[in-house]
Design a protein around this ligand. Structure first.
Ligand SMILES: Nc1ncnc2c1ncn2[C@@H]1O[C@H](COP(=O)(O)OP(=O)(O)O)[C@@H](O)[C@H]1O
Ligand SMILES: [Mg+2]
Length: 387
């Protein structure tokens, strides 16, 4: 065999250099998979750890095409790469996973709502509203408060408004970008939020993670508990089936997160979809037999998927949000001294108020104890030493 025929490792190109890419890279190491990164800057979270980094603009077709040339498959840290660029890559024969035809449903909340409701997935009452008057009419029909969202570009609660009355209906239209619509939704008075994560490979194999409960504060996930406490087996299975059905219907490849709102009567409606590893799946790094990051990589490489089942009765993940503690490394001293089973993942990001800079994971058989430990550690790392 000549050198040019030499067996070479898979090369996965990841677009976006945040913590999701960083943790994907961590999973790639164990699989002997090489990663290439298209990053926003040379010092972003994943660029600190991946050897092969291109700094460039993911909205520029030439940059993305040149980046993709050396990769076996392209996948994502975020959902913001324009679909037109991805369609062209796909047409040129490059594997893009998830593909643009699926990904648009995670990029555009209007397309997502239309497709899911046509397919029979439970959604809140919704309507695309062209202007303030139409939004007021929707609120008057449905009853206030209502939720308004921009169709594209939102994240972590940015681009979502709870409107208490007609006098607030101008706000969502104030700074609309080109091609962005406003989606009005019934305000779901949910008991809690759930998250159903599934992974699907190109050959159609799929696995479902145990359903998690997630708590958001100011639109940002702060804590997850897996499995969701008090969820009946029937409810859990039905949420998993719903997520598997959406993944199959949209032909998603890789991880699909279905964010759900559970009403007080126990029924669920879909909030939104994400097609990449998800914050509510971080527990799986330490808590599941196969992490969401490893299964996402296996899926995009069409390798058999690993067991998503939890190793322990309860796993709690606490996000470390930027607070008053800037010296995370020395805060570790206290956290590790206090809890020898605590797992900590720091993302190498500069601490800024409210920014996701890491997460902690605890697990065990006593839920109260597992939660207390996660809350203490996440709070301490934030600078709240009495947590
Ligand atoms: N129709 C709704 N009714 C009640 N709360 C909602 C509704 N839609 C969204 N929310 C709340 O707003 C949060 C953020 O909305 P989401 O569409 O997931 O935006 P983002 O893209 O910022 O994550 C949700 O996690 C949920 O807490
Ligand atoms: Mg969301």
């Amino acid at each position: 065999m000549s050198d040019s025929d030499a067996v070479r490792p898979f090369v996965v190109g990841i677009i976006g250099g945040g913590q999701l890419a960083r943790m994907m890279h961590q999973a790639a190491i164990g699989l002997g998979v090489r990663t290439r990164l298209l990053a926003e800057g040379c010092d972003v979270s994943a660029a600190q750890v991946v050897a092969d980094v291109t700094v460039g603009d993911y909205t520029d077709p030439a940059t993305v095409t040149a980046f993709a040339a050396g990769c076996d498959v392209i996948t994502f840290d975020h959902e913001h790469v324009p679909a037109a660029i991805l369609r062209e890559l796909e047409a040129s024969g490059k594997a893009v996973r998830p593909g643009p035809a699926a990904l648009v449903h995670a990029q555009d909340k209007v397309l997502m709502r239309e497709r899911l409701s046509a397919f029979g997935a439970p959604c809140p009452v919704f309507r695309v509203v062209p202007d303030e008057a139409a939004l007021v009419a929707f609120g008057d029909e449905q009853g206030w408060p209502v939720i308004a969202k921009t169709s594209r570009g939102g994240y972590d609660g940015k681009g979502v408004w709870k409107l208490d009355g007609p006098e607030q209906a101008a706000e969502p239209f104030a700074r609309l970008g080109e091609g962005v619509q406003v989606l009005a939704e019934e305000h779901v008075d949910f008991a809690r939020e759930l998250s159903a994560l599934v992974v699907r490979s190109p050959s159609g194999q799929a696995v479902a993670y145990p359903v998690s409960e997630s708590v958001q504060r100011d639109g940002v996930c702060v804590e997850t508990t897996t499995p969701a406490p008090g969820l009946t087996e029937e409810q859990a299975t039905s949420a998993q089936h719903l997520a598997l059905a959406i993944a199959a219907e949209l032909e998603v490849v890789g991880l699909l997160a279905v964010e759900l709102m559970q009403r007080r009567d126990g029924s669920v409606v879909v909030n939104e979809l994400a097609m990449r590893p998800h914050n509510t799946g971080h527990w799986s790094i330490d808590g599941a037999h196969t992490s969401q990051f490893e299964n996402h990589l296996r899926a995009v490489l069409d390798l058999p998927l690993g067991d998503p089942v939890a190793r322990q009765p309860w796993t709690v993940m606490g996000n470390v949000l930027g607070g008053t503690e800037e010296d995370l490394p020395s805060a570790l001293l206290h956290c590790f001294a206090r809890d020898r089973r605590l797992r900590v993942h720091l993302y190498g990001k500069e601490v800024k108020p409210g920014r996701k800079v890491g997460h902690v994971t605890t697990f065990g058989s006593d839920l109260d104890d597992v939660r207390r430990r996660a809350r203490h550690a996440a709070g301490y790392l934030r600078g709240d030493h009495d947590a």
